[in-house]
Design a protein around this ligand. Sequence first.
Ligand code: GLV
Length: 333
Amino acid sequence: MTSAPASRPRVLVTRAIFPEVIDQLAEHVDVEANPDDQLWSRDELIRRAQGKQGLLTTGGERVDAALLAACPDLRICANMAVGYNNFDVPAMTAAGVLATNAPGVLTDTTADFGFALMMAAARRVTESEHWLRAGQWDRWRYDLFAGSDIHGTTLGIIGMGRIGQGIARRGTHGFGMQVIYHNRSRLPAEDEAAVGATYVSKQALLQSADHVVLVVPYTPESHHTIGAAELALMKPTATLTNIARGGIVDDVALARALSEGRIAAAGLDVFEGEPKVHPDLLACRNVVLTPHIASASVPTRLAMARLAADNLAGFLTTGQPLTPINPEVLGKG
Ligand code: GLV
């Protein structure tokens, strides 16, 4: 008597991703993909996740106790993002479901973009382009869109993980900036020396930085890290750049500070309630707005998708994920 072939694990890929990564995944597991990038309702997502052992999520899908209870076959959720505030990790751990994210592969691309946004805000790139496209350029002027410098100024970084350190390196070694940072925990002295950054309090950072960049994960503690009180501490010539998550900045308070000239300019890649953007921000000229694309170079997005797929396939076929968030789940069950 021959035994029936073991059935392959089933996974759901919740959003459209690179077809070659779906093909790679399909070599190891049975895949239900979403090539048309339908935006499923939560009920539809749960319905499709039922009977699957793995989910490949992209950062916007909430995985919480209710979803886990409705999907008892689930063993892993692999996020194609370094941030994982869409995961209720304690609930996943309690349910014995592994969570993975995509750290490392996007560090330099995202740090590059932080600089791009900061420089665009400081040098008024998009504001001046809109004005030019509107046909308003008729002469040279000594103060036409004069902004603030990047080189030689003070860069304040809030959050000093991999991406924060990438921004610090660029500031120190690329632009001769004085780099100060604030973080929940201070870096070891050799890491501070390598990136040329000095630890200061949040208040000192806000008061002395010419350019503030936010790279903290979104948690209940980091909600509104920057609100009206913090904006009031900043220099009127300063810029604020957020490449972390919406909700870390109070968008209404920021729009007010920008329109009143409390700070000079901002660069925002992430928003409270995105993809909606608060109308008060849309009305501000002195803010550069981009649609959550800090990691979006083609090679980096491909590397993120491959890492998520490798986490899924690795865990479901050999029990070996690459970048677990809750490794305590491994080896159980
Ligand atoms: C993008 O926002 C990410 O967390 O990777």
